[in-house]
Ligand binder design. Structure first.
Ligand code: UDP
Length: 144
């Protein structure tokens, strides 16, 4: 029993999800969280906060030379966001599939962006895209 228990726990992954300021403003928080819960994903932590510019600049550092970078930083810091740690087996890949393509016009119906997003940068949600970035992002947004 204990060996099996240990193996199950070991397989658990965590990912960082952000309901971006447009999602909060448009009162989509409940609907989005409901999708994660119905999928069987566990909410380990959840907090509302207005994200600070330096944090967002660091988070999106890989995009700093893009023409939309300043607009992206302004948008992400424009009001309260919800930061969430979700836990489950394969949660990183599952949540990336659930949120859909970055660009709203390419996001499939049935995905969060495909159902709720208008365009870029306003695409309602963020989710970590790999094990490595999930670990970094969880530490970054929850300072642990
Ligand atoms: N973004 C944008 N214009 C673009 C591409 C991205 O405004 O042409 C914004 C959008 O909000 C996106 C974020 O920058 O979610 C981060 O982009 P990334 O390529 O990391 O996509 P994601 O991992 O969010 O799907």
């Amino acid at each position: 029993f204990w060996l099996k228990f240990y193996e199950e726990v070991r397989k658990l992954e965590q990912t960082l999800v952000i309901i971006k300021p447009d999602g909060v403003r448009r009162k989509l928080v409940g609907k989005i969280i409901q999708r994660f819960e119905e999928r069987g994903l566990i909410i380990k932590k959840m907090q509302q906060k207005t994200l600070e510019q330096p944090l967002i600049r660091e988070h999106y550092a890989h995009l700093k030379d893009k023409p939309f970078f300043d607009e992206l930083v302004d948008y992400m810091t424009s009001g309260p966001a919800i930061v969430i740690i979700l836990e489950q087996k394969n949660v990183i890949q599952i949540v990336r599939k659930m949120i859909g393509a970055t660009n709203a016009s390419e996001a499939e119906p049935g995905t969060i962006r495909g159902d709720f997003a208008i365009g870029t940068p306003e695409n309602v949600v963020h989710a970590s895209d790999s094990l490595e970035s999930a670990e970094i992002e969880i530490r970054r947004f929850f300072s642990i």
